[in-house]
Structures are given as structure tokens and as C-alpha cells.
Design a protein around this ligand. Structure first.
Ligand code: UD1
Length: 423
């Protein structure tokens, strides 16, 4: 058990370099299997989801080691085909390793992936896409045994632009004979990053980051060196946290276009926002005011991952802000804790009405999932008094030593670990 103790209403000030992207690096770690050689990655976030991905690579027989912000992988030694259930259950992205394994060896055994509880998270689009490429799957009630004697190019129409299913299809299609066209592909920037990595490895991919992706196969050149891009969700969280604390913070290392939807919301709320090609600054001058309805949508719509921290910020804004969550069924796990801190929120089904209040007060709260944790940190930094946030395991999945990042900006935040409790 570990906790953050945050004493709020302490304006954050300064500049910070954002961590490498969680959603960017996870599919790239899977893609290192397709390289069939050496991969050297820079700017790798030190988060528990990445540690889990490295465990998966080890379990499959790859060498994978971290040195500071670099990760080196050698996938020539691959000799396994089972991803242990324990690792499948740790994070949703474990399923992306299936596409890469099928492309490289034609065999993989997986179970249903776990991850944050955000409602039903089926894998039917993944199964549909891999089957179209020639994968045969047997499900025994616990495990999927997947085999592909030969992958062949296909035309895949995704019923919804799923990020993970698009990544899985792209990875497997790299090893297919003939071209694959993925229609209604996810357009999140991390898809373009994955294609960039795969192209450097020697595969031919066009259109990634757009709605139609064409994978024409290719052959790995055996070595790739790549730098992970800045994390747009971590950057957005820091911008919300800075605004909630009524501070002024510049987040560097982020393509500002990737957070432009959030920047518009912050500006509408009355924050001073300035964007450069690779940085965004937010400052608070006057009181915050409510904003037009925020509806989450696949990229380039408003990110479901930034809905929780933005909602926490809007708890301090005068008037009513409305949120409509369209991606996940249960992405309002933060609301109960925000209510206990004094927020006024009415949520029914996918719609939440947030009525700003002059102050939130510190409370004991639980981070119910990764981005719910981001919302609670945001709220705590703006609240009067002391907030204790427990269940940090979720926050550590995606945010690299966030307490050190926030403390460097002047936040009063301490991590209490199990040992501190025992003392
Ligand atoms: C990725 C991101 C996550 C983000 C989400 C939506 C990573 C590591 N994670 O998650 O941060 O919140 O995109 O932008 O990149 N669905 C199905 N069947 C499927 C697959 C998905 O019904 O086979 C549904 C999901 O339940 C959800 C929606 O499609 O309602 C979007 O999911 P998806 O885009 O696949 O999310 P992830 O790839 O899991």
C-alpha cells in the first residue's frame, strides 16, 4: 500500500520536460519482436506498464534491458510462444504482442487482457482483424491458441476505430504476403509513431494516422534506433494540474498539435494558453469559467484519457460544464472521490453535469484507475487542506515519478510507501 499526501492551493510554477509516451512505446515494444534483431529506444518512460511489456518480452525469450531512459531489445533469441496469464491480466496492451508474435513466428497463446476497469473491453475487433489476415484461433474458455501457417494481405474494415485493434492489424500485416488495407483505422498520433518505427525497421506502411492504412509488407533490416515522442496525456494532465493550482507551467517536449483540443478548453475556461511547436504554457490570471460541452471521441476528437483531469479542473470553474463520455462505459470512476472533496457533479449514464464550486477540500480518496488518479491529483492540487490518495499502483502504470515532477514545480506532495506505514 502506498499513498500520496498532497497539500493543495499551492501554485505550480516553472518548466518541465514531459515523459516519453506510454501509449507510444507499448506497441513499439511489441513491434521490436518483428525486427528480429536489435532495437534501441530512447526517452522511454519508467512506468509499470513498460516494466510489464519488458517482462512479456523476457517470457518470450527476448533480451530486454533498461539503462536510464534507454531500452535495448534483442529479439533474435525469441523461443517462447505463451504470454503468461499473469502478464496478460496486468495490462490491456498485452494483446498487441499477439499481432507481432503471429507476424514473427506464426504462433502465440494469450488469455483475455486485463487493464484498468473502464467497463466492458471486448477483443472482438482484434480477433476479426487477425482472422482476416489468416490467423486461426482456438479458444478453450481460458486461452486463445492462435496459429498462422501463412499470413496473407486482407481488406479489414474495423467497426470502430480501435487503437489496439489497428495496432495489432498493422503488426501482423507487416509479415503478410500481399498488401493489407485497414479501413476506419484509429487516427491517434501513436499510430503514426508506430508506422514510423516499422518503416525504419524496413516495412512499408502508408496512411497511418489517417483513416485508411496500407501495409505492404517488407523485410526487417535487423536494427532500429528510435526516440519515443512526448506523452500527450501526461502533458495534458500537467496542464490541468497547473491550472487547478492557479499556477503557470510550461510543458516542453510535446507536439502542441497533439494537445490542441485540451488547449482550446483551457483557453475557453479563461486560462492564458500559449503553444509552440514543441511546448505549451498554461497560466491562470482570473477566475475560471465553465466551458462548452466536452464530448470524448476517437482522435482528433477530445481524448477520453484527458476527460478525468479536465473534469477535475472544471470543478473549480464558475457555472455548469457538461461532459459526454463516448468511448468507455465506466470512465467516471473519479466522480465519487471528487464528490467527497466537495465537488458538485451529477452523472447519469454517459453524461456528467459539473457545477463549479469556490473550493474543494482535502479528503482520503482512492485512485480507481489510471486517469481517475490523474483527476484526483489535479483536484488535490487545487483543494484546500490535505488530500491522501491511495492505490498508487494505477497512477504508476502511466505517470513516471509524478510526485517528483510536481514537486519540482513547487507542489507539496509526498509519497508514503508500505515501509513508511510499517515504521
Ligand atoms: C487505447 C489507449 C487508451 C485510450 C483508448 C481510447 C493505449 C495503450 N491505450 O486503448 O489510453 O483510452 O485507446 O483512445 O494506447 N473495443 C471493442 N472491441 C475491441 C476493441 C475495442 O468493443 O476489440 C471498444 C472498447 O471497449 C472501447 C473502444 O472500442 O469502448 C475503444 O477502445 P480502443 O481504441 O481499442 O482502446 P485501447 O486500444 O484499449
Amino acid at each position: 500500500m502506498s499513498e500520496f499526501i498532497i497539500r493543495g492551493a499551492n501554485p505550480l510554477k516553472g518548466e518541465i520536460q514531459v515523459q516519453g509516451s506510454k501509449n507510444g512505446i507499448l506497441p513499439i515494444l511489441a513491434a521490436s519482436i518483428l525486427v528480429g534483431g536489435e532495437t534501441l529506444l530512447h526517452n522511454c518512460p519508467d512506468i509499470s506498464d513498460v516494466a510489464c511489456a519488458l517482462e512479456i518480452l523476457h517470457a518470450l525469450g527476448c533480451k530486454a534491458q533498461r539503462r536510464g531512459g534507454d531500452i535495448y531489445i534483442d529479439s533474435r533469441t525469441i523461443n517462447g510462444y505463451e504470454i503468461p496469464d499473469r502478464l496478460m491480466k496486468k495490462m490491456r496492451s498485452s494483446i498487441i504482442f499477439a499481432g507481432a508474435m503471429l507476424g514473427r513466428t506464426g504462433n502465440v497463446r494469450i488469455s483475455s487482457p486485463g487493464g484498468c476497469f473502464l467497463g466492458e473491453r471486448p477483443i472482438d475487433y482484434h480477433i476479426h482483424a487477425l482472422s482476416a489476415l489468416g490467423v486461426d484461433m482456438e479458444y478453450d474458455g481460458e486461452y486463445y491458441l492462435c496459429r498462422a501457417l501463412k499470413l496473407h494481405g486482407a481488406q479489414i474494415s474495423l467497426p470502430f476505430p480501435s487503437v489496439g485493434a489497428t495496432e495489432n492489424a498493422m503488426l501482423a500485416a507487416c509479415a503478410a504476403e500481399g498488401s493489407t488495407i485497414i479501413y476506419n483505422a484509429a487516427r491517434e498520433p501513436e499510430l503514426a509513431d508506430l508506422a514510423d518505427f516499422l518503416q525504419r525497421a524496413g516495412f512499408e506502411i502508408n496512411g497511418a494516422g489517417g483513416p485508411t492504412v496500407i501495409v505492404s509488407g517488407g523485410r526487417s533490416c535487423g536494427f532500429v534506433e528510435y526516440t519515443i515522442r512526448g506523452d500527450r496525456i501526461a502533458a495534458g494532465t500537467l496542464l490541468c494540474a497547473a491550472a487547478a493550482s492557479r499556477g503557470e507551467v510550461t510543458v516542453r517536449g510535446i507536439d502542441s498539435a497533439r494537445v490542441s483540443q485540451l488547449s482550446h478548453c483551457l483557453a475557453e475556461a479563461g486560462c492564458a494558453v500559449r503553444s509552440w511547436a514543441d511546448a505549451v504554457r498554461v497560466g491562470t490570471v482570473g477566475p475560471l469559467s465553465a466551458i462548452s460541452p466536452v464530448e470524448t471521441h476517437p482522435y482528433p476528437g477530445f481524448s477520453t484519457d484527458l476527460q478525468p483531469p479536465l473534469m477535475a479542473l472544471m470543478c473549480f470553474a464558475k457555472g455548469e460544464s457538461i461532459f459526454i463520455e463516448n468511448i468507455f462505459e465506466s470512465r467516471y470512476n473519479h466522480i465519487e472521490s471528487l464528490l467527497r472533496m466537495g465537488a458538485r457533479i451529477q452523472a447519469f449514464d454517459r453524461i456528467a453535469h459539473v457545477h463549479g464550486v469556490p473550493v474543494l477540500h482535502g479528503e482520503r480518496v482512492d485512485a480507481a484507475d489510471l486517469r481517475a488518479g490523474a483527476a484526483l491529483i489535479t483536484a488535490a492540487l487545487g483543494a484546500q487542506g490535505e488530500t491522501r490518495i491511495s492505490d498508487l499502483g494505477y497512477i504508476d502504470r502511466g505517470y513516471e515519478r509524478i510526485e517528483e515532477v510536481l514537486a519540482s514545480l513547487g507542489a507539496d506532495i509526498t509519497r508514503i510507501t508500505e515501509n513508511d506505514f510499517g515504521a
